[in-house]
Design a binder for this molecule. Structure first.
Ligand SMILES: Cc1cc2nc3c(=O)[nH]c(=O)nc-3n(C[C@H](O)[C@H](O)[C@H](O)COP(=O)(O)OP(=O)(O)OC[C@H]3O[C@@H](n4cnc5c(N)ncnc54)[C@H](O)[C@@H]3O)c2cc1C
Length: 409
């Protein structure tokens, strides 16, 4: 058996590791554009100067040799021939597969704003190569605009802030981190950013980039007419799956590659995992799909049914937060319980005894219990306690035979 995996990141590496654990004899080949294995979630630490490439690696240096995995690195896959079961590389080389995993992730999307795509001094943050480009930009820049205030935008802001760049963050939504926080939670972070002299513009979009004569960015013009002086722009306005190389196949694509519960694509013996499937573009989902795909490629059925995609933990500017599930009640039929103190903001959204979402900001000690309650849809109607004080002990029952039963599992 010859397993070929395209992509050497969260999904691909975890798939390879799992395959090797399951199957000691078969050939495993990983092909990637990346020449290093590293955590994209930590790239901002490299920008800030707090870590280097080695310190954001998530496998040991001898991972490939120890696991007897052939790694074809620094090269792009340009085509797949499904009739011949071959992967074609940009230099014309061919890798044959019996089972193939596509774990090619996604790339930053640069919106079609006037002059944005053509301008010099515009960067995105997805790969280590982007970090090197941003590093060059920092040398020539004093003021940056961050376009988009999701996790990647805020990561970029933190990295640049620590390098002394004056920042303006522009977000189309009405608050920063709109998927992770409600307005009150976002307000607390916005205040921390403002205390650090970061300007935040919400409910506006970038309308045009005004260029200098040499083609470098000079100003960002917003939809409300505001002009922001800048010498670099970091675009963090979403991602698109890396799927160019499947154009000659009949693999089904919706927003990303469509997979079934076993991570199988519509094409025989081809699986997909991670951001390329557009399930939820977060690290833990990519890891879990990579592992599930490996089991199924090996022939041992493993269902990927993690509906708990919306879990985010962050720690920006010293303020820790975990958000779980939904962050706003969809309508008035939901009950929302809130605790607010100077340093803490906690919110739980529930209905008919089931918790659908929570924000724990400033004190995340309750997140383990909440995670289980939300993930397993545990009904808490019979627990007559303050919703913020429920703990694991409330789910232990003593059976008639004297044994303890744990209701979570
Ligand atoms: C700055 C930043 C911060 C983030 N912060 C968080 C966070 O706090 N929490 C969180 O959960 N998630 C975060 N994410 C998202 C997380 O990093 C992704 O969900 C995760 O990396 C997805 O893993 P993946 O294996 O699917 O794809 P990727 O990590 O995108 O890896 C894709 C792999 O495929 C290779 N590849 C692509 N195309 C080709 C091709 N044609 N030929 C050969 N190789 C190819 C690439 O070289 C790479 O090795 C962040 C992402 C970024 C960029």
């Amino acid at each position: 058996m010859r397993y070929v995996i395209i992509g050497a990141s969260a999904a691909g590496i975890n798939a390879a590791k799992t395959l090797r654990e399951l199957d000691n004899l078969s050939e495993i080949v990983i092909i990637s554009k990346d020449t290093d294995v590293y955590s994209r979630c930590m790239l901002h630490h490299v920008i800030s100067g707090n870590r280097d490439l080695e310190k954001i690696a998530f496998v040991d240096k001898d991972f490939f040799s120890k696991n007897n995995i052939k790694w074809v690195k620094g090269i792009e896959v340009t085509d797949i021939n499904t009739d011949e079961k071959q992967v074609v590389l940009e230099n014309g080389t061919i890798e044959k597969y019996d089972k193939l995993l596509i774990a090619t992730g996604a790339s930053s999307f640069v919106p079609p704003v006037k002059n944005l795509r053509e301008a010099k001094g515009v960067y995105s943050l997805r790969d280590y190569a982007d970090v090197l480009n941003i590093e060059e930009g920092i040398k020539k820049s004093k003021k940056a605009v961050i376009l988009g205030a999701g996790l990647v935008g805020i990561d970029s802001a933190i990295g640049l802030m620590e390098r002394g760049i004056k920042l303006s963050i522009v977000e189309m939504g009405n608050r920063i981190l709109p998927l992770q926080l409600d307005q009150k939670g976002a307000d607390r972070y916005q205040k921390l950013f403002k205390d650090k002299a970061v300007d935040i513009y919400t409910s506006v979009s970038l309308e045009e980039v005004i260029l200098k004569e040499d083609g470098y960015v000079s100003k960002a013009k917003l939809s409300d007419g505001t002009l922001i002086d800048c010498d670099m722009i970091v675009v963090a306005a979403g991602v698109r799956p890396n799927i160019n190389f499947i154009k000659n196949t009949s693999i089904n694509v919706n927003k990303g590659i469509v997979i079934d519960k076993n991570c199988r694509t519509s094409e025989k013996d081809i699986y997909a995992a991670g951001d390329v499937t557009f399930t939820a573009p977060i690290w833990p989902i990519a890891v879990k799909q990579g592992i599930a795909a490996a089991y199924n490629m090996y022939g041992e059925e493993r269902v990927f049914d993690d509906t708990f995609a919306l879990r985010n933990s962050m720690n920006f500017l010293g303020l820790e937060t975990v958000s779980l599930g939904i962050v706003e009640a969809p309508d008035n039929s939901y009950t929302v319980d809130i605790i607010e103190t100077k340093n803490v903001y906690k919110k739980v959204i529930h209905k008919d005894g089931i918790i659908y979402g929570a924000i724990l900001l400033g004190d995340i000690s309750y997140c383990g219990v909440l995670h289980q309650l939300i993930k397993n849809k545990i009904n808490i109607s019979n627990i007559n306690k303050n919703i913020f004080k429920i703990d694991y002990a409330d789910f232990f029952n003593v059976q008639k035979d004297g044994q303890y039963k744990y209701e979570f599992v």
